[in-house]
Design a protein around this ligand. Structure first.
Ligand code: SAM
Length: 280
């Protein structure tokens, strides 16, 4: 296996710094540096780009991002035990790795980054979904990031890229695909991680579009979609009753049959419905 840098192998880093994986922090590490470099390549051309990495752990993906030419990596890690290992990477790449110890959910990274910015991370599932939703719903569009390259449980990745008519299609798919191109870039078996998780994983790559695919007020669309999928087995005229007594009329204006169910409705039609509701 060829080396991507002259730092020690990750198994040695983990042994040197006693980084036994903690379940409570969702720690399933990637120790194959060729694999982490391959994931870094999925993030696109990193030259001249700052990369925000959440949860670097012992630094496998961090090293991949730096060896693939990132201008700078800002790494936010909650587990203080990982910091000495990350400092060794920072010393190997002077001025190119900034490390912040803390919870990514509480930290605003923007002050530390210069556009263009890409995001790359191998995160625990719960934090990953919450951060993804935040990144997809900024106060203004386009967002601060050009792309997101994120590891998820395979099942969550499929929800992000799902198309209408499939079981996986829901709020996450609409949120992700309304203003982004989203695709599964890589699939990884449990054995790719140490320790192996119970389920397979996948890397999702999302590219921010300059403008939404279809016009709609983000808050109205978000409310409509949340309500529609909250009772996804019900017909829309029942599931969306809370939007007002004239919901059947609004559905007709949007070109949606009131007897349809949420999972059959394409994003374009949800946007038309959000416009019809807002125009009332
Ligand atoms: N990126 C490393 C890799 O690929 O080997 C580690 C991935 S591991 C799945 C997730 C990492 O996220 C762990 O290092 C964990 O300590 C860190 N983490 C968990 N929750 C976090 C949070 N709220 N904020 C920042 N980092 C967090």
């Amino acid at each position: 296996m060829s080396a991507i840098d002259d730092l020690p192998p990750l198994r040695q880093v983990i042994a040197d710094h006693s980084l036994s994986a903690r379940k409570s922090l969702g720690q399933n590490f990637l120790l194959d540096l060729n694999l982490t470099a391959k994931i870094a390549r999925q993030a696109g051309d990193l030259s001249g780009t700052d990369v925000l990495e959440i949860g670097p752990g012992p630094g496998g993906l961090t090293r991949g991002l730096l060896s693939e030419g990132a201008r700078k990596v800002l790494a936010i890690e909650k587990d203080a035990r990982c910091l000495p290992a990350l400092e060794e990477i920072a010393a190997r790449y002077p001025g190119q790795l900034d490390i912040i110890e803390g919870d990514a959910l509480d930290i605003d990274p923007l002050a530390h980054l210069t556009p263009p910015i890409r995001v790359a991370a191998n995160l625990p599932y719960n934090v990953g979904t919450e951060l993804l939703v935040r990144w997809l719903t900024p106060p203004t569009w386009p967002p601060f990031w050009q792309s997101l390259t994120l590891m998820f449980q395979r099942e969550v990745a499929e929800r992000i890229v799902a198309t209408p008519g499939s079981k996986a299609y829901g709020r996450l798919a609409v949120l992700a695909q309304w203003r982004c191109d989203a695709r599964i870039a890589m699939s990884l078996p449990p054995e790719a991680f140490t320790p192996p998780p119970k389920v397979s994983s996948a890397v999702v790559h999302l590219t921010a579009l300059p403008a939404p695919k279809f016009e709609a007020d983000p808050d109205v669309l978000s409310r409509v979609v949340a309500m529609a999928f909250n009772q996804r087995r019900k017909m829309l005229r029942a599931a969306l009753k809370g939007l007002g007594a004239d919901i059947e009329d609004r559905l007709h204006v949007a070109g949606i049959k009131p007897t349809e169910r949420a999972e059959q409705v394409p994003i374009e039609a949800f946007c038309a419905l959000a416009r019809a509701v807002a125009a009332r």
